[in-house]
Design a protein around this ligand. Sequence first.
Ligand code: 6R9
Length: 656
Amino acid sequence: MSDTAETKLYEPPAALAGQAHVSGRAAYDKLVAEAEADYEGYWARLARELVTWKTPFTQVLDQSDAPFFKWFADGTLNVSYNCLDRNIERGLGDKTAIVFEADDGAVTKVTYSELLARVGKLANALKARGVKKGDRVVIYMPMSIEGVVAMQACARIGATHSVVFGGFSAQSLRDRIEDAGAVMVITADEQARGGKHLPLKSIVDEALAMPGTGSIKDVIVYKRTGGNIAWKDGRDLWLHELSAAAPEHCEPEWVGAEHPLFLLYTSGSTGKPKGVQHSTGGYLLHAALTTKWTFDLKPDDVFWCTADIGWVTGHTYITYGPLALGGTEIVFEGVPTYPDAGRFWKMIERHKVTIFYTAPTAIRSLIKAAEANDAVHPKSFDLSSLRILGSVGEPINPAAWEWYHLHVGGGRCPIVDTFWQTETGGHMITPLPGATTLVPGSCTLPFPGITAAIVDETGNDVPNGQGGILVVKKPWPSMIRTIYGDPERFKKSYYPPELKGYYLAGDGAIRDEKTGYFTITGRIDDVLNVSGHRMGTMEIESALVSCTDLVAEAAVVGRPDETTGEAICAFVVLKRPRPTGDEAKAIAKQLRDWVGKEIGPIAKPKDIRFGDNLPKTRSGKIMRRLLRSLAKGEAITQDTSTLENPAILDQLAQTN
Ligand code: 6R9
């Protein structure tokens, strides 16, 4: 992005900047300089300030087994102690920790003392069922206080949680249970979203009927809707019955800083989803620190992150970061468009939300709705409580940024466009609201202490103004520790030998020539980003070809989409003659439903096209660049001379 006359700059509002935790650009520069001068000393100082340790650490960064880095390794702590007991000891016991708003608008609040009691009871119940430190527990829950309680209860006893997003299918759930070797599933009878009740427990039943799930001993069920569910005596247990019988006090399990707090499965460019393993100490430090600096969280704030706890954003900015700081936060069960597309604005008004963190996809779809109907336009609501806005999950286009800034933020709230990943644990490149001049569409500068850089294929720095590969040069406390059960894949995916020991993010980026600001240009691998959800093209392809009755071959690419950022486009060769017309439409629907069952509704291709073959080189390689052009509806101007079967392109240009 060049510094042209049209590039609008947004200075931090003076009043906000004056009070901010990081106040003014000079304060930011000073932190960056501190980290540069003494990298370990900087992180050690913050780890002492933000985290309460049972046994203080004496080591900071251990690089002896790189790239398996260790941070604060000889320190011991407990995350749930840090998020709950510690706040109560500071006098915040009666402070509201969570304001829960259900799909139907009903509101429930819990204080820090109440939350601790609920976490303690469930933690004791888990222990009584034999769950031990280091065991993996799968959580397949709706957005709820109980979801947060389940995660915190695992943390309290040193069990490693693996949350599976409630939109994933039985097959996906099974895969994750097997890969993690989990001993328990915590779920709910159903979830309520958009006025409908959707199954959870029956999907767990289906998953556990599949092979590879024998490690599961118990299923704990939170009664959310009271809907009809099947029950397996001896395996299924009601959460409310277990909790009622369990004592409140549960001594935290003090674990080493490197103890795995959680696994979270995410898509990579090849193969099945990988279990990203996070630590306890380094992760908690960055969760707390980024919540403090990026969102400038203060005691009186009402913080609302709209992400689901099934994604990393919900882990770091719902379950851990805001609670570690003793904040008050909103947890929302429903969807932004129910009962209408004014729901977010209505909730901000109702709960006097001061910090609002959401995804560009949500903003773009709400813009469309607001432009069509004044009643759901932000101007019809009192949003004056807001002071800071955030964006996450995908690039935010400048037009959506400007609308968010003007209509939601009333032109007075800085937008923090936070770039990070499941693997990074917390924010990596982001503005700080009281310190950074904003440029719409740019995530601006690295968080202090994060050594983000842009390099070429051999790991050499590229000059500003020239795009390249985004890397992080030095290890940081909240980084991924390994891929669960597959350390070799961890090394290969994130530390390829040609990159000089730098962490490979998998995104392309460019820095502005003058300001050095970063703009993310998108994934450089076969990972798609649909509505801010990560999806591997290979995963969708294998789901399609697993429909062995119908599909001979499939290739999946992304194409730009105005609302969802990217849309999934699948090119399919059937085991029968290429269908056209109504038959093509019917088979496309059948395949979409198939993918929905194999992975989950978020992976359903928007566009499915049929051909007698796929465009291949004479050596048999699928020419994906051609498919990407076809998906976009572009005329093929590229060289197709190496193509074995050029006639196929006309077939594949046709949509169904
Ligand atoms: C937190 C999260 C990570 C991928 C990442 C990148 C994209 C996330 C972004 C962004 C541009 C931002 N991404 N934030 N791109 N600007 N502010 O989303 O984690 O689900 O693992 O996705 O999302 O492509 O590599 P995750």
